[in-house]
Design a protein around this ligand. Structure first.
Ligand SMILES: Nc1ncnc2c1ncn2[C@@H]1O[C@H](COP(=O)(O)OP(=O)(O)OP(=O)(O)O)[C@@H](O)[C@H]1O
Ligand SMILES: [Mg+2]
Length: 235
């Protein structure tokens, strides 16, 4: 459903992404692994159309979206939950959720908000509170709920477990599994390589902006390069 070919991107003279290609199938979870600065966030930003001067092509749902703006890509169902959550702390939980629908041409109904609140009971209880009072885990759930309000067909999650306790990390991964079980396609950037490989069918390892390993996650779990560099003590 998402096919990207020969993507490249740079920040001024800094080449952050170099000839990366990937395919995410319908209903599939793909993991992107890599060290700090490897280009993972840049890859997601390039897929969303946020990197000026990016090279390569992106197809989504059978359509060439390479020249489309980010809001147009979001409108087609390609949605990013950015690194660091980026919730608006001075707005309420509900206002943040409604922000997620800003690219839509229709107005979200109460039933959609209720569906989010059914899924995230902590958000339901805090719907009229400022998002700034939420815990890190709750802010992550809010960021995902906000993305759901855009009616995504493929969600890109940039380090959703960053800074969360093991218990909250497990909650985020349970959420990823349930969204996927409902048919959502997911592109998951994660520092926790073991969890990411267990949660995905395919994976891609970036190093200095290049795809150095790619394949079925089950095989990467056994790959010596991946084990040595990314699974550390878990290997
Ligand atoms: N706004 C920016 N301006 C200049 N260089 C940047 C900018 N953002 C990222 N870079 C550089 O681009 C490269 C890739 O960064 P990117 O944020 O994509 O990596 P990442 O894999 O997401 O890292 P992390 O795990 O720390 O989130 C790095 O060398 C980084 O320093
Ligand atoms: Mg990043």
């Amino acid at each position: 459903m998402l096919e990207a070919a020969h993507l490249s991107a740079a920040y001024g003279p800094v080449r952050a992404l170099d000839d990366v290609s990937l395919t995410v199938g319908q209903g599939e979870v793909m993991a992107v692994l890599g060290a700090n600065g490897a280009g993972k966030s840049t890859l997601l930003r390039t897929l969303l159309g946020l990197m000026p001067g990016a090279g390569g092509s992106v197809r989504f749902l059978g359509e060439d979206i390479t020249k489309l703006s980010a809001p147009e890509r979001v409108r087609r169902g390609l949605v990013l939950v950015p690194e660091g959550r980026r919730v608006l702390t001075s707005l309420t939980v509900e206002e943040n959720l409604l922000m997620g629908a800003y690219t839509r041409r229709d107005t979200p109904g109460q039933a959609e908000l209720d569906a989010i609140y059914d899924r995230f009971s902590n958000l339901a209880a805090r719907r009229h509170m400022k998002a700034g009072v939420l815990s890190g885990g709750e802010q992550q759930m809010l960021a995902i709920g906000r993305a759901m309000m855009a009616k995504p067909k493929l969600i890109m999650l940039d380090e959703p477990s960053l800074g969360l306790s093991p218990r909250l990390t497990a909650e985020v991964f349970a959420l990823i599994a349930s969204l996927n079980a409902e048919g959502m396609s997911i592109l998951l950037v994660e520092q926790n390589a073991l969890l990411a490989l267990e949660a995905s069918r395919q994976a891609l390892v970036l190093e200095l902006g290049r795809a150095v390993v790619a394949g079925p996650s089950a095989e990467l779990l056994k790959d010596d390069r991946v084990r040595g560099a990314y699974l550390g003590a878990a290997a």
